[in-house]
Write a protein that binds this ligand. Structure first.
Ligand SMILES: C[S@@+](CC[C@H](N)C(=O)[O-])C[C@H]1O[C@@H](n2cnc3c(N)ncnc32)[C@H](O)[C@@H]1O
Length: 273
């Protein structure tokens, strides 16, 4: 996969040299190029922003430098043999970045990121490139950062670990929280490692039983517990067909029941107890 990032803070992307993403780059699975947007500014102050039309606080990033930067980045990528670019625009007003979006992006051969600063980029830039390639406007959460570089780090790491050969054990992302699949999206439950006793705390017997079926069931039950507590919306939205008999028993123990449409919700009687 090729990744281009255009930013006014190239040094902010240094963590892409470290750990999983750094190793994927060193192994040649990921080709990351970071470009300084100010290289496409034309005045002696390297200006890339101006006041907003309509007034108001803050500055807006100008079309000119972004247009030239993206044209050049695309031309260089095509020249090097990259194909099918996707523009990824971090913005708090984008659609939520989820594991499903990470999986979608990990299937693309070339991502171009446009992390912004100030009040964001003049909207005409995304409108222009949307005529040439898919554009994903994505938010990494319901909060506002000062710039999109941290979002690029988040998205790149989530995408890179899904690339073939990047994680030592491919099964580990199949078991992750939010892993897509027929079993419904649940949070991963608790995990343990050696030693078996620490400060008077042991580990659940079932994990020592060697019984794979029982361990899988325990993990799934714990995933239900965690999901009900932290992200009940995931259960409410889940297709009930994803729940087997044991799942339904567990949900019932946790105080959930199927409504008239088959979807699960908290049992109001259980909540009063
Ligand atoms: C100060 S923010 C602009 C916020 C903008 N005025 C708004 O309210 O939508 C500057 C830049 O940081 C990045 N950014 C901030 N919060 C983000 C988030 N939650 N997800 C993705 N990018 C974010 C985007 O690149 C954004 O253009």
């Amino acid at each position: 996969m090729r990744i281009d990032v255009v930013t006014i803070f190239p040094e902010y992307l240094e963590p892409l040299n470290v750990s999983l993403v750094g190793k994927a780059r060193a192994a040649g699975r990921l080709d990351v190029r970071v470009h300084d947007l100010r290289g496409w500014a034309h005045d002696r102050h390297n200006t890339v922003d101006d006041t907003p039309y309509g007034g108001g606080p803050g500055m807006v990033m100008m079309t000119g430098p972004w247009g030239e930067a993206l044209d050049q980045t695309l031309a260089d990528g095509y020249e090097a043999g990259a194909r099918q670019p996707v523009l990824v625009v971090p913005t708090p007003s984008g659609r939520p970045f989820t594991q499903a979006v990470a999986a979608e992006l990990s299937a693309r051969p070339w991502l171009i990121f446009t992390p912004a600063r100030y009040e964001g980029i003049d909207t005409r830039v995304t409108a222009e490139y949307a005529t040439r390639m898919p554009v994903h406007e994505v938010s990494i959460g319901d909060y506002v950062l000062a710039g999109g570089e941290a979002a690029v780090l988040v998205i790149t790491e989530a995408v890179a670990r899904l690339l073939p050969g990047v994680l030592g054990n491919a099964q580990s992302h199949a078991d992750d929280s939010f892993a897509p699949g027929p079993m419904a999206s649940l949070l991963e439950g608790p995990v343990y490692t050696k030693p078996p006793a620490w400060r008077g705390r042991g580990i659940p017997d079932v994990l020592l039983s060697g019984h794979h079926g029982k361990i899988a069931r325990w993990r799934r039950d714990e995933a239900f517990r965690r999901t009900v507590e932290h992200r009940p919306d995931l259960i409410e939205q889940a297709d009930p067909a994803a729940f087997d008999k044991k799942d339904r028993e567990m949900l019932s123990i946790l105080g959930w029941q199927a409504g008239p449409d088959g979807r699960f919700g908290r049992n109001p009687d259980a909540m009063e107890e």
